[in-house]
Design a protein around this ligand. Sequence first.
Ligand code: 2P0
Length: 339
Amino acid sequence: PPGITNAVTATVRVPMNIAFVKYWGKADERRMLPLNDSVSANLDDLYAESTIILTTDAEADGVIVNEVPMPVGEGTRFAKVFAEFRRMIAGTDHAQAKILVVSTTSFPVKAGLASSAAGFAAIAYGLGKVGELNDAQVARLARLGSGSACRSLYPGFVHWDSSKTGDEDTFVVPVESGIEFASTLFAAVFVIDNKQKTVGSSEGMKRSVQTSNFLKYRVQEVVPHHVNLIKEAVSTADFITFADVTMRESNSLHAVCLDSLPPLSYLNETSFAMINAVHDFNSTPAGVTAAYTFDAGPNAVVLAQLTNAQRLISHFSRLPWAKFVFETKDEQLKEVLNV
Ligand code: 2P0
């Protein structure tokens, strides 16, 4: 900003991630520790870009997201992240500086596509650069902003390990061969409804922890089994197992949501039509070649191997309600899809 001279700055870009084994429930709300492990991969075309400025010339901290100033006062997640960052850099030259953040996202935040995860991951990564923090500190700052944000910091598939609870612990780890497997896949994001969700994730997971009996079974039995299966599937490039676990996980999350009281119903009729369309697609002689996953909203993310892109596009183009945007690293495919 004009007039600011005494500053240290960094600009970073961090993608949003989509979970295949879902995080749903906190063991510790203050420290943002999850009840269960989760596994995700980044959608590289959907990213947040943040410029972080540490300066003694500003009067107060400030955050602007897509040109809109955000509240940063006490009780906000920004304030929590900034306070922890200041503890981390106590005693250094920048300890007295104010923090300014200017972020933009490559996707409309209100499209219901991305939670705040990419934004907080970018802020944490940027703060890590200006504050010279280590990876564990950056991941912890991201987690404080938004739990799932900590998974955006590594490429390929990543595993957020709920058993690593110490402040110095490395709790996000890349999955073996995760970069290689991710490079064979693409994601189609189906924007089914772009209205803001009625019950946010944090509130929704709190309700599930308090009221859902099925959540206990999910945390103790279902998730550990799925984590093992999906890590093995990723490292052996076994798409069928990956797809099976991904769809079961999404269904398990939404079963817990319905088992909460009052129930949380994030999926709508079109979401279920989408689920059926993917199972139809998978019941041709080509076998299981696509997988859906839904977060705390009705929009679908469909994963498939690049080799099946054309088949998938022609299958879904026939469905009048299936408007989608593609995410792919494959330049040739981008050209074909005209994205
Ligand atoms: C996930 N979700 O694993 C799950 C699946 C939504 C459904 O993580 O309260 O924004 O900031 O930790 O990370 C969304 O929740 O919640 C989420 P907080 P977050 O991606």
